[in-house]
Design a protein around this ligand. Structure first.
Ligand code: NA7
Length: 554
């Protein structure tokens, strides 16, 4: 923080930090960089042994980003985006982690990051208007502000399967994969879960293992990635056009990904034209399959045309008709669970060493010392891979004992579902920001686009407070209630709530069923946030510190 001594923001800084940031993934790293550039003192705590967040933990075979590498990257530094060479259309996890480390080095971030340290508690002191933050090393620091950059998919969830603890072989979770190489050669492997992690890892594990048995509760829609090495020309085309590509991703594309936008609904074309368009997108591969038409997320009949097309493709790829049938999703509209992007997932089931066990009608009864038991049959295996997902969006925040005004915990406040204003702050918890929190586009978007938008907005807010000598900023209750209602209304105007997805908290027994991300689109959302700021942070309550003399007199 700068040297002047008058404002309360500055006075507290001498006793601790202006800001504590939690998490050194892409959100935390950029937040730290911005804070330092603005002259705020900051300390970042990270539970992992290195930077990278979700890319630090998710090291499973085949882990890859489903957003193209030239777009899943920071835009805040022109030099960085011009100089960094992505090798493939979709970056593999090791390369994304290398990039995160490069950013940490390039911007000299490590000196303000304390690794292998979990934030366990954060309590707001209403007298000093500051947070006291306790970490797993038993220390407590003070900070005027806390920024939770804890990630949306960072709290790996072990399923409650009877007998799991009795299994004698190794048990891996895709979201918490060992740092040492894992060798499945000669082993019979069980893979439980067929979300993105299961779908990415199955083909790679199958190549190595003696036998792979995939246990599927819900069949998922997946589109071929068509991954390939990037050529110099392709990289150059992006680099030359980055200003426009980034602008479009931020302001126009609903999900923060630059791509051709749909100009009509699925039923505006006849069956032949539709099929031609779906074929072209299938051949191109990737998440933008859903951009063929503008009403696939809104209209069930339109959605069915795309879902039927993909089901048809699965039937074409998978040789055994029974297996193909099981792999065809029919429990949710396409796209209402995040669509998966794969390399040879469906074809993997044509291998002689791969089998599929459906566990929706017959759930896993028990895991024994050496087998997964389903419908009385023991499927003997040597290793277990749990690709069972995350307590998404709220899980990592919930693990911290956060206490706001009156000692209320955030978990108490969110017991019936997360409540935020703009996904950025929650009433009763002053000076506590969440990056890509529930109620913001977050997981429905290219995360880095949403992260940069939130970090910049928070940074602007802190500068505003410093400039006006303000001590606290807090979501107003009325604004928060209105926003929560709006987030819900927008979601319920779409097909998304029809799926039992982690967007809805449906993968965690007992978690409230609320559609957590804001589905209005990143451009619309950015404009809302900008307007709120331009109107003097409308809906937020910002206050000066009460001087001790004034407080004593009242
Ligand atoms: P997901 O998408 O939550 O997938 C988890 C999978 O694990 C899914 O198929 C679940 O079935 C299955 N699952 C979860 N619990 C169980 C139990 N108890 N028994 C059997 N099967 C279970 O997590 P991912 O890691 O694949 O991907 C998360 C996101 O990361 C992804 O969307 C991308 O954005 C990146 P279910 O569908 O609940 O029936």
């Amino acid at each position: 923080m700068s040297s002047a001594q008058s404002s309360p923001v500055e006075r507290i800084a001498t006793e601790g930090y202006d800001v504590v940031v939690v998490g050194a993934g892409f959100a935390g790293m950029y937040m730290l960089h911005r804070l330092r550039g603005l002259g705020f003192s900051a300390r970042l705590f990270e539970q992992g042994g290195g930077v990278g967040g979700t890319w630090y933990w998710n090291r499973y075979p085949g882990a890859r980003c489903d957003v193209e590498s030239m777009q899943y990257s920071y835009s805040f530094s022109e030099e960085l985006q011009q100089e960094w060479d992505w090798s493939e259309r979709y970056a593999p996890q090791p390369e994304i982690l290398k990039y995160a480390n490069h950013v940490a080095d390039r911007f000299d971030l490590r000196r303000d990051i304390q690794f292998s340290t979990r934030v366990e508690r954060a309590a707001f002191d209403e007298r000093s208007n500051s947070w006291s933050v306790t970490t797993s090393d038993g220390k407590t620091v003070n900070a005027r502000f806390v920024v939770l950059a804890t990630g949306c998919l960072s709290n790996a969830r072990k399923p409650d399967i009877n007998g799991l603890e009795n299994f004698k072989g190794p048990v891996y979770h895709t979201g918490n994969w060992p740092h040492e190489p894992v060798d499945f050669t000669g082993l019979r492997v069980a893979l439980i879960g067929t979300g993105s992690s299961g779908i990415q890892s199955a083909p790679v594990i199958a190549e190595q293992a003696k036998h792979l048995t995939v246990f599927q509760r819900t069949a998922n829609f997946s589109i071929p990635a068509r991954n390939a090495a990037l050529t110099d020309e392709e990289r150059e085309a992006f680099r030359k056009n980055y200003p426009e590509i980034r602008r479009f991703a931020r302001e126009v594309a609903r999900n923060g990904i630059y791509a051709q936008q749909p100009d009509r609904g699925a039923l505006d074309d006849d069956a032949d034209a539709r099929r031609g368009k779906y074929e072209a997108r299938w051949e191109r591969g990737g998440l933008t399959f859903m951009y063929v038409y503008n009403n696939l997320g809104l209209d069930r009949t339109a959605n069915d045309t795309a879902a039927n097309f993909v089901r048809g493709k699965i039937a074409e790829i998978v040789s055994d008709p029974e297996t193909a049938k099981l792999l065809q999703p029919n429990s949710h509209p396409i796209g209402t669970k995040r669509i998966c992007i794969d390399t040879d997932y469906f074809a993997t089931f044509n291998r002689p060493n791969v089998s599929l066990v459906e566990i929706k009608t017959n759930p896993i009864q028990e895991i024994t010392a050496n087998a997964v038991r389903v419908a009385g049959t023991d499927h003997e295996v040597d290793a277990l891979v749990l690709a069972t997902g995350f307590d998404a969006m709220t899980g990592s925040v919930a693990k911290i004992d956060i206490r706001g005004r009156g000692g209320q915990t955030l978990n108490q406040k969110w017991a019936e579902g997360p409540k935020t204003y703009l996904g950025l702050m929650s009433a009763g918890f002053p000076n506590l920001f969440i990056i890509t929190g529930p109620g913001s586009p977050s997981v429905l978007s290219n995360m880095i686009v949403s992260i940069e938008q939130h970090v910049d907005w928070i940074a602007d807010g802190l500068v505003h407070m410093r400039k006006h000598g303000l001590a606290t900023m807090e979501a107003g209750r009325a604004a928060e209630d209105k926003w929560v209602t709006h987030v819900n209304e927008v979601a319920h105007g779409t097909l998304y709530p029809q799926a039992n997805s982690w967007y809805m908290g449906a993968n965690i027994p007992g978690k409230p069923r609320i559609f957590m991300p804001y589905i209005g689109g990143v451009g619309v959302y950015r404009q809302i946030c900008n307007d709120v700021a331009a109107k003097g942070y409308e809906g937020f309550v910002m206050e000066r510190a009460v001087q001790p003399e004034a407080a004593a007199a009242s």
